[in-house]
Design a protein around this ligand. Sequence first.
Ligand code: SF4
Length: 436
Amino acid sequence: MFTFFIITFGCQMNKSDSERIAGLLISLGGVEAGGPDKSDLVLLNTCSVRKSAEDRIFGQIHNLKQLKNTRPDLIIGITGCLPGRDKDGALRRQFSNVDLFFPITDLPKLADKLIDLGLIKAGAQNSAINYWEIIPRFRNTYQAMVPIQFGCNNFCAYCIVPFARGRETNRPMADILCEVRDLASRGFLEIQLLGQVVNNYQAPDAKNFSFADLLLKINQIEGINRIQFVSVDPQYIDDEMIEALALPKIMNYLHLAVQSGSNEILKKMNRKYTVGKFLKIAEKIRKIRPDIALGTDIIVGFPGETENDFQKTVELYKSADFDIAYLAQYSPRPGTAAAHWADDVPHLEKERRWRVLQNLMEEIVLRKNQKYVGQTVEVLVERCVDANKNIYVGNSREYKLVEFESGVDVIGKIVKVRINKAEMWRLTGINDCGIK
Ligand code: SF4
Protein backbone atom coordinates (compact mmCIF):
# COMPACT_ATOMS: atom_id res chain seq x y z
CA MET A 1 0.00 0.00 0.00
CA PHE A 2 1.24 3.52 -0.79
CA THR A 3 -0.35 6.95 -0.71
CA PHE A 4 -0.50 9.35 -3.63
CA PHE A 5 -1.60 12.87 -4.49
CA ILE A 6 -2.21 14.26 -7.99
CA ILE A 7 -1.96 17.97 -8.77
CA THR A 8 -3.74 18.77 -12.03
CA PHE A 9 -3.19 21.81 -14.23
CA GLY A 10 -5.00 22.84 -17.41
CA CYS A 11 -7.90 21.64 -19.52
CA GLN A 12 -10.67 19.05 -19.26
CA MET A 13 -8.44 16.58 -21.10
CA ASN A 14 -5.88 16.86 -18.28
CA LYS A 15 -8.60 16.50 -15.65
CA SER A 16 -9.77 13.33 -17.37
CA ASP A 17 -6.17 12.07 -17.61
CA SER A 18 -5.83 12.61 -13.85
CA GLU A 19 -8.92 10.43 -13.31
CA ARG A 20 -7.14 7.69 -15.28
CA ILE A 21 -3.87 8.20 -13.37
CA ALA A 22 -5.81 7.87 -10.07
CA GLY A 23 -7.64 4.79 -11.34
CA LEU A 24 -4.33 3.17 -12.33
CA LEU A 25 -2.60 4.00 -9.01
CA ILE A 26 -5.56 2.65 -7.03
CA SER A 27 -5.42 -0.58 -9.08
CA LEU A 28 -1.73 -0.83 -8.09
CA GLY A 29 -2.62 -0.63 -4.37
CA GLY A 30 -2.43 3.14 -3.97
CA VAL A 31 -4.61 5.19 -1.63
CA GLU A 32 -5.36 8.83 -2.41
CA ALA A 33 -4.01 11.16 0.29
CA GLY A 34 -5.33 14.55 1.35
CA GLY A 35 -2.21 16.46 0.31
CA PRO A 36 1.48 16.22 -0.78
CA ASP A 37 2.68 16.19 2.84
CA LYS A 38 0.72 12.97 3.49
CA SER A 39 1.86 11.22 0.30
CA ASP A 40 4.57 8.77 -0.77
CA LEU A 41 4.05 9.84 -4.38
CA VAL A 42 3.12 13.30 -5.71
CA LEU A 43 2.33 13.52 -9.42
CA LEU A 44 1.93 16.82 -11.31
CA ASN A 45 -0.22 16.53 -14.41
CA THR A 46 1.05 19.55 -16.28
CA CYS A 47 -0.23 22.07 -18.84
CA SER A 48 1.90 23.92 -21.41
CA VAL A 49 -0.75 25.92 -23.24
CA ARG A 50 0.60 29.26 -21.90
CA LYS A 51 3.81 30.46 -20.29
CA SER A 52 1.81 31.42 -17.17
CA ALA A 53 0.67 27.79 -16.81
CA GLU A 54 4.28 26.57 -16.88
CA ASP A 55 5.37 29.25 -14.39
CA ARG A 56 2.85 27.89 -11.89
CA ILE A 57 4.32 24.40 -12.33
CA PHE A 58 7.86 25.61 -11.69
CA GLY A 59 6.53 27.25 -8.52
CA GLN A 60 4.85 24.02 -7.40
CA ILE A 61 8.04 22.04 -8.06
CA HIS A 62 9.98 24.49 -5.93
CA ASN A 63 7.62 23.87 -2.99
CA LEU A 64 7.86 20.11 -3.41
CA LYS A 65 11.66 20.35 -3.41
CA GLN A 66 11.38 21.86 0.09
CA LEU A 67 9.17 18.98 1.19
CA LYS A 68 11.58 16.44 -0.28
CA ASN A 69 14.45 18.00 1.68
CA THR A 70 12.59 16.98 4.84
CA ARG A 71 11.34 13.67 3.37
CA PRO A 72 14.01 12.29 0.96
CA ASP A 73 11.87 9.19 0.28
CA LEU A 74 9.10 11.30 -1.25
CA ILE A 75 8.66 10.43 -4.94
CA ILE A 76 7.90 13.43 -7.18
CA GLY A 77 6.65 12.89 -10.71
CA ILE A 78 5.77 15.10 -13.67
CA THR A 79 3.50 14.03 -16.51
CA GLY A 80 1.11 15.76 -18.91
CA CYS A 81 2.01 18.27 -21.63
CA LEU A 82 5.35 19.51 -20.21
CA PRO A 83 7.16 16.15 -20.70
CA GLY A 84 5.15 15.72 -23.89
CA ARG A 85 6.73 18.74 -25.51
CA ASP A 86 10.23 18.05 -24.11
CA LYS A 87 11.67 16.57 -27.33
CA ASP A 88 15.36 17.29 -26.52
CA GLY A 89 15.38 16.51 -22.79
CA ALA A 90 16.16 20.12 -21.86
CA LEU A 91 13.19 20.29 -19.47
CA ARG A 92 14.04 16.88 -17.98
CA ARG A 93 17.49 18.22 -17.13
CA GLN A 94 15.88 21.24 -15.41
CA PHE A 95 14.02 18.87 -13.11
CA SER A 96 17.04 16.83 -12.03
CA ASN A 97 15.57 16.05 -8.57
CA VAL A 98 12.27 14.85 -9.98
CA ASP A 99 11.99 11.04 -9.88
CA LEU A 100 9.47 10.54 -12.68
CA PHE A 101 9.14 12.54 -15.91
CA PHE A 102 6.94 10.99 -18.58
CA PRO A 103 4.42 12.05 -21.27
CA ILE A 104 0.82 11.02 -20.57
CA THR A 105 1.00 8.66 -23.54
CA ASP A 106 3.37 6.53 -21.39
CA LEU A 107 0.81 6.14 -18.60
CA PRO A 108 0.39 2.36 -19.20
CA LYS A 109 4.14 2.02 -18.34
CA LEU A 110 3.80 3.79 -14.96
CA ALA A 111 3.68 0.53 -12.97
CA ASP A 112 7.12 -0.52 -14.23
CA LYS A 113 8.53 2.91 -13.32
CA LEU A 114 7.13 2.60 -9.77
CA ILE A 115 8.64 -0.90 -9.46
CA ASP A 116 12.03 0.54 -10.49
CA LEU A 117 11.63 3.19 -7.77
CA GLY A 118 10.76 0.52 -5.20
CA LEU A 119 7.31 1.93 -4.47
CA ILE A 120 5.51 -1.22 -5.55
CA LYS A 121 6.59 -4.84 -5.91
CA ALA A 122 7.09 -6.60 -9.25
CA GLY A 123 3.93 -8.46 -10.26
CA ALA A 124 1.61 -5.65 -9.14
CA GLN A 125 1.33 -4.45 -12.74
CA ASN A 126 -2.08 -3.47 -14.06
CA SER A 127 -3.13 -5.49 -17.14
CA ALA A 128 -4.06 -2.36 -19.12
CA ILE A 129 -1.88 -2.22 -22.21
CA ASN A 130 -3.09 1.04 -23.63
CA TYR A 131 -4.35 4.34 -22.32
CA TRP A 132 -8.00 3.63 -23.15
CA GLU A 133 -8.05 0.43 -21.09
CA ILE A 134 -7.14 2.18 -17.83
CA ILE A 135 -10.28 2.45 -15.68
CA PRO A 136 -10.67 6.06 -14.46
CA ARG A 137 -11.61 6.97 -10.91
CA PHE A 138 -14.34 9.49 -11.70
CA ARG A 139 -14.69 12.57 -9.49
CA ASN A 140 -18.32 11.78 -8.70
CA THR A 141 -21.02 9.22 -9.52
CA TYR A 142 -23.18 11.23 -11.90
CA GLN A 143 -20.85 13.10 -14.31
CA ALA A 144 -18.21 11.39 -16.41
CA MET A 145 -15.60 12.70 -18.81
CA VAL A 146 -15.18 10.22 -21.64
CA PRO A 147 -12.17 10.84 -23.94
CA ILE A 148 -12.88 9.84 -27.55
CA GLN A 149 -9.67 11.10 -29.11
CA PHE A 150 -6.04 11.82 -28.32
CA GLY A 151 -3.73 14.42 -29.85
CA CYS A 152 -4.32 16.72 -32.84
CA ASN A 153 -3.23 17.11 -36.48
CA ASN A 154 -4.13 20.77 -36.94
CA PHE A 155 -0.94 22.54 -35.88
CA CYS A 156 -2.54 25.91 -35.19
CA ALA A 157 0.43 28.29 -35.21
CA TYR A 158 0.21 29.16 -31.48
CA CYS A 159 -0.62 25.74 -30.10
CA ILE A 160 1.64 23.30 -28.26
CA VAL A 161 -0.89 20.44 -28.17
CA PRO A 162 0.18 18.52 -31.31
CA PHE A 163 3.76 18.59 -29.95
CA ALA A 164 2.79 17.71 -26.37
CA ARG A 165 0.06 15.13 -27.04
CA GLY A 166 1.04 13.83 -30.47
CA ARG A 167 -0.99 13.22 -33.61
CA GLU A 168 -4.76 12.63 -33.59
CA THR A 169 -5.77 9.11 -32.53
CA ASN A 170 -9.46 8.24 -32.42
CA ARG A 171 -10.83 5.73 -29.92
CA PRO A 172 -12.88 2.78 -31.26
CA MET A 173 -16.56 3.72 -31.13
CA ALA A 174 -17.39 0.26 -29.74
CA ASP A 175 -15.20 1.07 -26.69
CA ILE A 176 -16.81 4.49 -26.25
CA LEU A 177 -20.36 3.11 -26.47
CA CYS A 178 -19.47 0.24 -24.15
CA GLU A 179 -18.08 2.69 -21.57
CA VAL A 180 -21.11 5.01 -21.83
CA ARG A 181 -23.58 2.10 -21.50
CA ASP A 182 -21.68 0.91 -18.41
CA LEU A 183 -21.74 4.44 -16.94
CA ALA A 184 -25.51 4.71 -17.62
CA SER A 185 -26.09 1.37 -15.86
CA ARG A 186 -24.18 2.79 -12.86
CA GLY A 187 -26.45 5.84 -12.68
CA PHE A 188 -24.28 8.45 -14.42
CA LEU A 189 -26.49 11.20 -15.85
CA GLU A 190 -24.06 13.47 -17.72
CA ILE A 191 -21.41 12.48 -20.25
CA GLN A 192 -18.73 14.91 -21.45
CA LEU A 193 -17.04 13.67 -24.61
CA LEU A 194 -13.44 14.88 -24.79
CA GLY A 195 -10.93 15.45 -27.55
CA GLN A 196 -8.90 18.26 -29.09
CA VAL A 197 -11.17 18.32 -32.16
CA VAL A 198 -14.11 16.03 -31.33
CA ASN A 199 -16.07 16.99 -34.44
CA ASN A 200 -13.27 15.57 -36.57
CA TYR A 201 -13.84 12.17 -34.94
CA GLN A 202 -13.88 9.23 -37.34
CA ALA A 203 -14.34 5.79 -35.75
CA PRO A 204 -11.31 3.53 -36.49
CA ASP A 205 -13.55 0.51 -36.13
CA ALA A 206 -16.53 1.52 -38.33
CA LYS A 207 -16.40 2.91 -41.87
CA ASN A 208 -17.72 6.50 -42.28
CA PHE A 209 -18.85 6.61 -38.65
CA SER A 210 -18.68 10.30 -37.76
CA PHE A 211 -19.03 12.38 -34.59
CA ALA A 212 -22.68 13.06 -35.46
CA ASP A 213 -23.22 9.26 -35.66
CA LEU A 214 -21.61 8.90 -32.22
CA LEU A 215 -23.93 11.56 -30.75
CA LEU A 216 -26.93 9.77 -32.25
CA LYS A 217 -25.88 6.45 -30.66
CA ILE A 218 -25.17 7.97 -27.23
CA ASN A 219 -28.47 9.87 -27.34
CA GLN A 220 -30.23 6.48 -27.55
CA ILE A 221 -28.61 5.13 -24.37
CA GLU A 222 -31.20 4.82 -21.58
CA GLY A 223 -30.28 6.65 -18.37
CA ILE A 224 -27.99 9.28 -19.91
CA ASN A 225 -29.70 12.64 -19.53
CA ARG A 226 -27.04 15.11 -20.70
CA ILE A 227 -24.39 14.97 -23.41
CA GLN A 228 -21.77 17.68 -23.84
CA PHE A 229 -18.47 17.76 -25.65
CA VAL A 230 -15.25 19.76 -26.07
CA SER A 231 -13.31 20.91 -28.09
CA VAL A 232 -15.09 21.73 -31.34
CA ASP A 233 -13.27 23.22 -34.36
CA PRO A 234 -15.46 25.39 -36.64
CA GLN A 235 -13.72 24.10 -39.78
CA TYR A 236 -15.21 20.61 -39.29
CA ILE A 237 -18.78 21.67 -38.54
CA ASP A 238 -21.09 20.35 -41.28
CA ASP A 239 -24.86 20.14 -41.64
CA GLU A 240 -24.88 16.56 -40.30
CA MET A 241 -23.34 17.73 -37.04
CA ILE A 242 -25.59 20.79 -36.81
CA GLU A 243 -28.64 18.51 -37.18
CA ALA A 244 -27.27 16.28 -34.42
CA LEU A 245 -27.32 19.30 -32.10
CA ALA A 246 -31.12 19.01 -32.14
CA LEU A 247 -30.92 15.67 -30.30
CA PRO A 248 -32.80 16.04 -26.97
CA LYS A 249 -29.97 14.97 -24.66
CA ILE A 250 -27.39 17.34 -26.17
CA MET A 251 -26.73 20.20 -23.75
CA ASN A 252 -27.98 23.66 -24.74
CA TYR A 253 -24.40 24.92 -24.71
CA LEU A 254 -21.74 24.71 -27.42
CA HIS A 255 -18.12 25.83 -27.10
CA LEU A 256 -16.93 27.05 -30.47
CA ALA A 257 -13.35 28.37 -30.34
CA VAL A 258 -13.01 31.26 -32.85
CA GLN A 259 -9.69 32.75 -31.59
CA SER A 260 -9.85 35.96 -33.73
CA GLY A 261 -12.29 38.10 -35.73
CA SER A 262 -9.71 39.01 -38.38
CA ASN A 263 -9.36 36.76 -41.45
CA GLU A 264 -5.71 37.85 -41.81
CA ILE A 265 -4.96 36.73 -38.25
CA LEU A 266 -6.98 33.50 -38.62
CA LYS A 267 -4.87 32.71 -41.70
CA LYS A 268 -1.63 33.39 -39.77
CA MET A 269 -2.94 31.20 -36.92
CA ASN A 270 -3.50 28.40 -39.46
CA ARG A 271 -7.18 28.30 -38.49
CA LYS A 272 -9.05 26.93 -41.49
CA TYR A 273 -12.22 29.05 -41.54
CA THR A 274 -13.17 32.64 -42.17
CA VAL A 275 -15.15 35.02 -40.00
CA GLY A 276 -17.96 34.84 -42.57
CA LYS A 277 -18.09 31.03 -42.39
CA PHE A 278 -18.01 31.15 -38.59
CA LEU A 279 -20.97 33.53 -38.40
CA LYS A 280 -22.87 31.39 -40.93
CA ILE A 281 -22.32 28.33 -38.74
CA ALA A 282 -23.51 30.21 -35.63
CA GLU A 283 -26.62 31.31 -37.54
CA LYS A 284 -27.37 27.74 -38.67
CA ILE A 285 -26.89 26.41 -35.12
CA ARG A 286 -29.28 29.03 -33.74
CA LYS A 287 -31.88 27.95 -36.34
CA ILE A 288 -31.72 24.42 -34.87
CA ARG A 289 -31.43 25.61 -31.24
CA PRO A 290 -32.67 29.24 -30.94
CA ASP A 291 -31.82 29.62 -27.24
CA ILE A 292 -28.48 27.79 -27.30
CA ALA A 293 -25.65 29.37 -25.26
CA LEU A 294 -22.46 29.77 -27.34
CA GLY A 295 -19.05 29.98 -25.72
CA THR A 296 -15.70 30.63 -27.36
CA ASP A 297 -11.94 31.09 -26.96
CA ILE A 298 -10.15 34.25 -28.15
CA ILE A 299 -6.45 35.10 -28.22
CA VAL A 300 -5.50 38.81 -28.19
CA GLY A 301 -2.12 40.18 -29.18
CA PHE A 302 -1.17 37.47 -31.70
CA PRO A 303 1.98 38.42 -33.68
CA GLY A 304 1.07 41.08 -36.25
CA GLU A 305 -2.37 41.82 -34.78
CA THR A 306 -3.10 45.48 -35.59
CA GLU A 307 -5.65 47.71 -33.85
CA ASN A 308 -7.84 47.20 -36.92
CA ASP A 309 -7.59 43.38 -36.59
CA PHE A 310 -8.51 43.71 -32.93
CA GLN A 311 -11.53 45.89 -33.71
CA LYS A 312 -12.70 43.14 -36.08
CA THR A 313 -12.53 40.71 -33.13
CA VAL A 314 -14.62 43.10 -31.04
CA GLU A 315 -17.17 43.34 -33.90
CA LEU A 316 -17.27 39.56 -34.27
CA TYR A 317 -17.85 39.18 -30.53
CA LYS A 318 -20.89 41.45 -30.78
CA SER A 319 -22.25 39.82 -33.98
CA ALA A 320 -21.87 36.27 -32.68
CA ASP A 321 -23.44 37.36 -29.36
CA PHE A 322 -21.42 34.85 -27.33
CA ASP A 323 -22.59 33.88 -23.86
CA ILE A 324 -19.05 33.52 -22.58
CA ALA A 325 -15.46 33.61 -23.77
CA TYR A 326 -12.14 32.39 -22.42
CA LEU A 327 -9.80 35.24 -23.27
CA ALA A 328 -6.05 34.77 -23.43
CA GLN A 329 -3.13 37.09 -24.10
CA TYR A 330 -0.82 35.53 -26.69
CA SER A 331 2.39 33.99 -25.31
CA PRO A 332 4.90 32.24 -27.59
CA ARG A 333 5.10 28.45 -27.04
CA PRO A 334 8.44 26.75 -27.81
CA GLY A 335 8.30 24.57 -30.92
CA THR A 336 5.18 26.19 -32.42
CA ALA A 337 5.27 27.99 -35.80
CA ALA A 338 4.36 31.34 -34.19
CA ALA A 339 7.28 31.08 -31.76
CA HIS A 340 9.53 31.98 -34.71
CA TRP A 341 7.67 35.23 -35.31
CA ALA A 342 8.28 38.53 -33.50
CA ASP A 343 5.99 38.80 -30.46
CA ASP A 344 5.38 42.39 -31.57
CA VAL A 345 2.27 43.41 -29.63
CA PRO A 346 3.55 45.11 -26.45
CA HIS A 347 2.51 43.52 -23.13
CA LEU A 348 0.53 46.60 -22.00
CA GLU A 349 -1.30 46.66 -25.32
CA LYS A 350 -2.19 42.94 -24.93
CA GLU A 351 -3.55 43.77 -21.47
CA ARG A 352 -5.58 46.71 -22.85
CA ARG A 353 -7.09 44.58 -25.62
CA TRP A 354 -7.83 41.78 -23.08
CA ARG A 355 -9.54 44.29 -20.80
CA VAL A 356 -11.70 45.75 -23.65
CA LEU A 357 -12.98 42.27 -24.55
CA GLN A 358 -13.40 41.24 -20.91
CA ASN A 359 -15.55 44.32 -20.23
CA LEU A 360 -17.62 43.66 -23.36
CA MET A 361 -18.08 40.02 -22.38
CA GLU A 362 -19.20 40.90 -18.84
CA GLU A 363 -21.70 43.42 -20.19
CA ILE A 364 -23.18 40.83 -22.58
CA VAL A 365 -23.15 37.98 -20.00
CA LEU A 366 -25.20 40.11 -17.59
CA ARG A 367 -27.69 41.14 -20.29
CA LYS A 368 -28.08 37.53 -21.48
CA ASN A 369 -28.48 36.16 -17.94
CA GLN A 370 -31.33 38.60 -17.24
CA LYS A 371 -33.52 36.65 -19.68
CA TYR A 372 -33.56 33.68 -17.29
CA VAL A 373 -35.35 35.60 -14.51
CA GLY A 374 -38.84 34.10 -14.17
CA GLN A 375 -37.83 31.02 -16.19
CA THR A 376 -37.49 27.48 -14.79
CA VAL A 377 -34.26 25.72 -15.68
CA GLU A 378 -33.03 22.17 -15.17
CA VAL A 379 -29.95 21.88 -12.93
CA LEU A 380 -27.67 18.89 -12.36
CA VAL A 381 -26.70 19.53 -8.74
CA GLU A 382 -22.95 19.25 -8.10
CA ARG A 383 -22.38 20.33 -4.51
CA CYS A 384 -23.67 22.00 -1.38
CA VAL A 385 -22.00 25.37 -0.84
CA ASP A 386 -23.62 26.25 2.49
CA ALA A 387 -24.84 23.37 4.67
CA ASN A 388 -26.27 25.74 7.31
CA LYS A 389 -28.49 27.50 4.78
CA ASN A 390 -29.02 24.40 2.55
CA ILE A 391 -27.58 26.18 -0.49
CA TYR A 392 -26.74 23.96 -3.48
CA VAL A 393 -25.18 24.68 -6.88
CA GLY A 394 -25.03 23.05 -10.25
CA ASN A 395 -25.17 23.82 -13.97
CA SER A 396 -28.22 24.39 -16.12
CA ARG A 397 -28.38 22.83 -19.61
CA GLU A 398 -26.99 26.18 -20.88
CA TYR A 399 -24.00 25.62 -18.60
CA LYS A 400 -25.02 28.51 -16.37
CA LEU A 401 -24.12 28.20 -12.70
CA VAL A 402 -27.33 28.06 -10.67
CA GLU A 403 -27.57 28.46 -6.90
CA PHE A 404 -30.68 27.58 -4.92
CA GLU A 405 -31.96 26.49 -1.55
CA SER A 406 -33.18 22.95 -0.95
CA GLY A 407 -34.49 21.28 2.20
CA VAL A 408 -33.30 17.89 0.99
CA ASP A 409 -29.86 16.73 -0.25
CA VAL A 410 -30.11 16.87 -4.02
CA ILE A 411 -26.45 16.36 -4.99
CA GLY A 412 -26.22 14.25 -8.13
CA LYS A 413 -29.88 14.87 -8.95
CA ILE A 414 -31.48 16.88 -11.75
CA VAL A 415 -33.90 19.41 -10.30
CA LYS A 416 -36.05 22.22 -11.69
CA VAL A 417 -35.19 25.68 -10.38
CA ARG A 418 -37.23 28.84 -11.00
CA ILE A 419 -34.79 31.73 -11.45
CA ASN A 420 -35.52 34.92 -9.53
CA LYS A 421 -32.16 36.72 -9.77
CA ALA A 422 -29.42 36.98 -12.43
CA GLU A 423 -25.84 38.12 -11.84
CA MET A 424 -22.82 37.98 -14.11
CA TRP A 425 -21.57 34.53 -13.10
CA ARG A 426 -24.58 33.11 -11.27
CA LEU A 427 -28.31 32.59 -11.51
CA THR A 428 -30.20 32.25 -8.24
CA GLY A 429 -33.55 30.58 -7.79
CA ILE A 430 -35.95 28.39 -5.88
CA ASN A 431 -36.25 24.63 -6.24
CA ASP A 432 -40.02 24.54 -6.14
CA CYS A 433 -40.81 21.36 -7.98
CA GLY A 434 -38.77 18.84 -6.03
CA ILE A 435 -36.59 16.32 -7.80
CA LYS A 436 -37.13 15.70 -11.53
S1 SF4 B 1 -7.09 22.43 -33.08
FE1 SF4 B 1 -5.42 23.87 -32.97
S2 SF4 B 1 -5.73 24.86 -30.98
FE2 SF4 B 1 -6.90 22.97 -30.94
S3 SF4 B 1 -5.53 21.44 -30.06
FE3 SF4 B 1 -5.32 21.33 -32.28
S4 SF4 B 1 -3.57 22.61 -32.77
FE4 SF4 B 1 -4.28 23.16 -30.69
